[in-house]
Design a protein around this ligand. Structure first.
Ligand code: TRP
Ligand code: ZN
Length: 471
C-alpha cells in the first residue's frame, strides 16, 4: 500500500532526529518517552512538518464569516505514532487555539511561532493510532513565502481562497505541513446561505439551517497539505465528463469568466484525456478547475491544488490560458499523485509540468519540443543553479526548477529513445501512485529502463552547475 510505503520512508528519514529527541528526553532524567521533533529537517524548509507521527486523515469542520473574515471550527487529525511519544507538534500560523484533546482527553498545548506543541495526558506508543482534536478560531493570515510571493488565506470580495504551496496550509488548519505526510481529507465549511464552497475531492453533501449552508468535500486519495484548497464565494458550477470518462466539477467566479478563460476551459476535457493517454489513467475520482477573482497582483500564480487546480484572475488578462491549464493538469500526475519527498525534489513537479506544456505545444500548436527546449536552453535564468539543488527556500519556484527540470526530461528522451521514454512518462506516475518520491528514486527508476549509463546525463543536467556546451 502506498500509504505504508510513505510512512516507512518518513520513519527511516526521521531516525537521526528521533535519536536526538531520545537523548534530550533521557538527559531530562524523567525516563519518559521523547517528544516528536518540531520539524522534519527538510533542507529548504527545516521547520515544516513534525516528527513522530504520520497523519492518515484530516477532518476539518469549519465555519467562515466573510464580513469579519473570521474562521472557526475544529480539526480532527487521525495519525499513527511512528515512535513512543510524550508530545508532538502541529504546524499552525496565527489563529487562536481554544482547546486541544487527544483520544478524548484534554491535552496541554503551547504555542511558539508556527509550532503548536501538544502534550497528551498519556504517552502514545509507537504504532498507536490516535486522534487529536483542535478547536480554533480567528482571522486567518496571508503568509509571505521566502521568495516574496503570497500564500495561505486570501480574502476575496465575496469570500476567501486558500492556497498552500509550500507552507501555507498552516494558515487555515493545524497539521503536519510537509509533502512527505499525505492524508485523506474531509472538509466541511459552513458559510452564509447564498455563497458556495468548492474544495478538493468530491462534493459529499450540503446542509442548510438557520441562514447558513455547510458544504462537505471529501478527498479519499491521500493529499499533501500544500495541495489542499477551499474557495468561498459566488461560482458558476459546471459538472460534466471528459469523452474518456473523467468526471469534472468546475467552479468559475462570474467576475473572472472572460471569453478567453471560457475558451481555455472548453479544452479542459480534451487536455485531460490527452494527458491520460501519455501519463496513464487520471489518478483521482474527479477533476476540474476553480477560477476565482482577486484584486490585482494578490496571487500571481495558478496552483495545482489536488484534482481541481486553482486559477486566480485579477481582470488584467484572462484568468486561464491553455498552456497554464496543461501545466496545472499535468501536475495531477506529477506532484499531486506522485509527491516530492522533500522540497528540493520540486523539479520532479515543475520539470514534468513544463515538459508537459512543451509536449502539448508540439501536439496542438505546431511548436516542436526541440524548439521549446532550445528557448529554455538559451534563457540565462535557466542556469542559475542545478534543478535538483535549489540553494535556498526562495529558489524552489525559480526558473531552473522549471526549465532545467524540463531539459532533463528532454535529454532523457534522447538517451532512452521513444519507447523507453514513453514507458517513463507512464511508468513513473504508476510506480509511485498516491505516494512520495525523491530525486534518487527517479534516477534509479530511469536507470532501470536502459542499459546505457545515465550517470553522466544526470551529473551534467540534474546536478551540474555549469551550462552544458550544447543542447
Ligand atoms: N507551483 C505553481 C505552479 O507551477 C506555481 C507557484 C506556486 C509559484 N507558488 C509559487 C510560483 C510561488 C512562484 C512563486 O503551477
Ligand atoms: Zn507548476
Amino acid at each position: 500500500m502506498p500509504l505504508r510505503r510513505s510512512a516507512q520512508r518518513a520513519a527511516s528519514r526521521l531516525l537521526p532526529a528521533c535519536l536526538a529527541g531520545c537523548l534530550l528526553a533521557c538527559s531530562g532524567g524523567s525516563g519518559t518517552a521523547p517528544a516528536g521533533t518540531s520539524g522534519l529537517g527538510d533542507r529548504l524548509f527545516p521547520a515544516a512538518g513534525n516528527g513522530g507521527y504520520d497523519v492518515t486523515h484530516y477532518g476539518l469542520d469549519l465555519s467562515y464569516d466573510p464580513g469579519s473574515g473570521r474562521l472557526a471550527g475544529t480539526a480532527v487529525i487521525t495519525a499513527t505514532a511512528t515512535q513512543d511519544l510524550s508530545g508532538f507538534d502541529l504546524d499552525l500560523a496565527g489563529l487562536t487555539v481554544a482547546r486541544v484533546g487527544v483520544d478524548g482527553r484534554a491535552a496541554r498545548a503551547t504555542r511558539s511561532g508556527t509550532e503548536l506543541t501538544v502534550r497528551p495526558a498519556r504517552t502514545l506508543r509507537r504504532g498507536a493510532r490516535f486522534e487529536t482534536t483542535v478547536a480554533y478560531a480567528g482571522v486567518p493570515r496571508l503568509l509571505t513565502d521566502p521568495d516574496g510571493s503570497h500564500e495561505g488565506w486570501f480574502r476575496t470580495d465575496d469570500g476567501a481562497l486558500a492556497l498552500g504551496e509550500p507552507v501555507g496550509s498552516m494558515a487555515w488548519f493545524p497539521g503536519n505541513d510537509h509533502p512527505s505526510d499525505k492524508a485523506a481529507f474531509d472538509v466541511t465549511m459552513s458559510v452564509p446561505t447564498g455563497l458556495s464552497v468548492v474544495s478538493n475531492g468530491e462534493p459529499a453533501g450540503t446542509r442548510t439551517a438557520a441562514g447558513r449552508t455547510s458544504f462537505h468535500w471529501r478527498s479519499t486519495a491521500p493529499m499533501a497539505t500544500y495541495l489542499a484548497t477551499v474557495g468561498i464565494g459566488h461560482y458558476t458550477v459546471t459538472r460534466s465528463r471528459t469523452p474518456g470518462g473523467i468526471a469534472l466539477y468546475t467552479a468559475v467566479d462570474p467576475r473572472s469568466d472572460d471569453r478567453q478563460t471560457a475558451a481555455a476551459l472548453s479544452r479542459l476535457p480534451e487536455i485531460l484525456d490527452w494527458e491520460a493517454g501519455l501519463f496513464g489513467p487520471f489518478p483521482f475520482g474527479s477533476a476540474g478547475a476553480v477560477v476565482d477573482h482577486l484584486p490585482s497582483g494578490q496571487v500571481g500564480y495558478a496552483l495545482e491544488t489536488q484534482n481541481r487546480p486553482v486559477f486566480p484572475g485579477d481582470g488584467s488578462g484572462p484568468a486561464v490560458a491553455v498552456p497554464t491549464l496543461v501545466h496545472e493538469l499535468s501536475h495531477q500526475w506529477f506532484g499531486d499523485s506522485v509527491t516530492p519527498s522533500s522540497w528540493q525534489d520540486m523539479w520532479l513537479n515543475e520539470g514534468f509540468a513544463t515538459y508537459a506544456t512543451w509536449l502539448w505545444q508540439d501536439h496542438d500548436g505546431g511548436v516542436p519540443v526541440s524548439r521549446s527546449a532550445a528557448t529554455a536552453f538559451a534563457d540565462p535564468g535557466t542556469w542559475a543553479f542545478p534543478p535538483a539543488a535549489p540553494p535556498t527556500a526562495a529558489d524552489v519556484s525559480a526558473p531552473p526548477v522549471y526549465n532545467r527540470g524540463a531539459l532533463v526530461l528532454h535529454e532523457l528522451h534522447r538517451a532512452l529513445g521513444d519507447t523507453a521514454f514513453a514507458t517513463l512518462l507512464r511508468g513513473w506516475p504508476a510506480a509511485h501512485l498516491h505516494g512520495n518520491a525523491s530525486t534518487a528514486e527517479f534516477t534509479a527508476y530511469c536507470a532501470g529502463l536502459t542499459t546505457r549509463d545515465l550517470k553522466p546525463l544526470f551529473a551534467t543536467w540534474l546536478y551540474g552547475t555549469a551550462k552544458p556546451a550544447r543542447l
